[in-house]
Ligand binder design. Sequence first.
Ligand code: 5GP
Ligand code: ZN
Length: 219
Amino acid sequence: GVRDGLGAYIDKPEKYPPSVVVYHNEDFVAIYDMFPKSSLHLLLLPRDQTKTRLHPFDAFEDAEFLDKVKAEAGKLCSLAAGELRRKYGKDSAQEQARQAALSADPPPDELPQGRDWEQEIVVGVHAVPSMNHLHIHVLSVDRYSDRLKHRKHYNSFSTPFFVPIDDFPLGPNDERRRPTAEGYLKRDFACWRCGKVFGNRFTELKQHLEQEFADWKRV
Ligand code: 5GP
Ligand code: ZN
């Protein structure tokens, strides 16, 4: 069924072009999310046959496996940061300051750092995944995408429904383990960037996200 759609990438990653499969190795496949909920949205798919059908909370109980996933997710996050720099670097005030310093004659002894794009990426899983194969989301923080069409799309990345990979291992009584975790999706919308609350006004939220996206690129 449709919930098994990620299995094909795990089985035959070599079949796909680089616009679909970012890279693959023996243990992982990294892909572009087909319905991105941010301007950059990747998925990391572990290939371990003993894990791929498990809920992430269960799969990540294995400390050795969790470490491996964290390490690979870190690599994908660096790669994603590079992609953000290529896409938005020219818009960013920090990057512009760095470029200006570089082209000064003579260049200053200490260059401005430029923007740390890894800070602009989140990595985690959904408390209640919709797709069956174990997958880790790696996405830019902007939540700016045509494919973000439903309230649950926004809240699934903007409430405790999204569980950052660094929060694992979860404590036994962590509230995100509860079967009621789907309740997070019904929360009022709050802007990821400024915290402004929009109740259930999705159109207003979307307009605001567009403005925040433009400002975020320029920081
Ligand atoms: P979940 O809600 O299960 O954590 O996220 C599943 C993700 O898989 C969603 O972000 C969805 O857009 C993505 N997705 C669903 N089907 C496909 C597919 O066939 N190919 C790719 N590349 N992504 C998919
Ligand atoms: Zn805002």
